[in-house]
Design a protein around this ligand. Structure first.
Ligand code: SF4
Length: 352
């Protein structure tokens, strides 16, 4: 499905919305005032393939620390601020974007002061609606529902638009998959701004991966979503790995290998698990989009190989190597993986 056309904004040099690739975001969990620790986490995220990092600002020390963090960070930094407009104004001098809920910043004068500061530095604001921290008036009226989330988003968007500020992106996060999806779907036709997708408090790796794959993957397939974060209670690198896989498998990012492999069954007469492990490890660095298939026997291997750039069909202590369905070698099992990897290299070189 076509992506919804949205306004494009920029966080440092990373474009969000329009026809820009969908950037992956994460958040440091160190105390932001711990500059060394925060920069170490940003470095980890950078090497994992993250595009944008958010840091929480709880107090003045956090706000101050961001100046040095931003200067040394290889990735754009978004300051995450609740309630305190003074910190938002302070960090707007050096961060690349701000995440606030204008509704919990206080009076119109305070919101205007934050908006003016962001306008002056030409940095965007993310309106981050979260079903766990909705403004009182919406929760009292609608409960923690889709209606409440959308009403909160519209209220906050209108506050910014009233000050002629449209450098906006929006998130509508809930820990409930269906509510998250419905909120994004409901708001999508109402505003032109890019959406930051996420399921909040999604849990540990296993559950967060499933929830995010359903919600974020589903929305991406519907053409909704311009940037995203997979929230996992766990390692930072895991968030990026899952987010990238969702982007790839929803067809929104064509990068690296798409590996088709069979689940194995009683017909298997070779060590396919070992082969897949080696293939995954040795191809992790590849950015070129390639379809490859690794199949346990010829039953489905020939059909899959037709749609694959490079394929293996294991047999009994031997197997076939294929390029777009054509057999290019018949080898002993011990030689198959090396030849398969060599054919992948050759395919990439031939494209160059
Ligand atoms: Fe079984 Fe062969 Fe299918 Fe693999 S490809 S699941 S080994 S029938």
């Amino acid at each position: 499905m076509q992506r919804y056309p949205t306004k494009q904004i920029k966080i440092r040099d990373v474009a969000i919305g329009g026809d820009a690739p969908i950037p992956v975001q994460s958040m440091t969990f160190s105390k932001t005032k711990d500059i060394k620790g925060t920069l170490a986490q940003i470095q980890r995220l950078y090497f994992a393939g993250c595009d944008i990092v958010r840091c929480a600002v709880l107090d003045k020390e956090d706000a101050k620390a961001l100046r040095e963090i931003v200067a040394k960070s290889p990735l754009p930094i978004v300051a995450d601020i609740h309630f305190n407009h003074i910190y938002a104004i302070m960090v707007s001098e050096y961060v690349d974007a701000i995440r606030i809920n204008p509704g919990n910043i206080g009076s119109k004068e305070r919101i205007k002061a934050v908006v003016d500061a962001c306008k002056q530095r030409k940095i965007p604001i993310r309106i981050g609606v979260n079903s766990g921290s909705l403004e009182k008036q919406f929760e009292e009226r609608y409960g923690r529902s889709v209606e409440a989330m959308v009403a909160s988003a519209m209220y906050n968007i209108n506050l910014l638009e009233d000050f002629d500020f449209t450098d906006i992106k929006i998130s509508l996060k809930s820990s409930d998959v269906e509510r998250t999806m419905q909120a994004y779907r409901t708001l999508r036709p109402k505003v032109p701004y890019p959406f930051h997708l996420g399921v909040t408090e999604a849990g540990t790796s296993f559950h967060a991966t499933i929830k995010s794959a359903i919600a974020l993957g589903g929305l991406l397939l519907e053409g909704i979503g311009d940037t995203m974060r997979v929230s996992i209670t766990g390692e930072l690198e895991e968030e990026i790995k899952v987010a990238k896989a969702i982007l790839k498998d929803s067809g929104r990012q064509r990068e690296g290998l798409n590996i088709i492999s069979c689940p194995t069954c009683g017909r298997l007469q070779s060590d396919l698990m070992k082969a897949i492990k080696i293939v995954e490890e040795k191809t992790r660095h590849i950015k070129e989009p390639l379809n490859v298939s690794v199949m346990g026997c010829v039953v489905n291997a020939i059909g899959e190989a037709k749609g694959a750039d490079v394929a293996i069909a294991f047999g009994k202590e031997s197997g076939l190597i294929m390029r777009r369905g054509e057999v290019v070698a018949r080898l002993k099992e011990s030689e198959l993986v090396d030849r398969f990897l060599a054919e992948i290299d050759d395919e990439i070189k031939s494209r160059e």
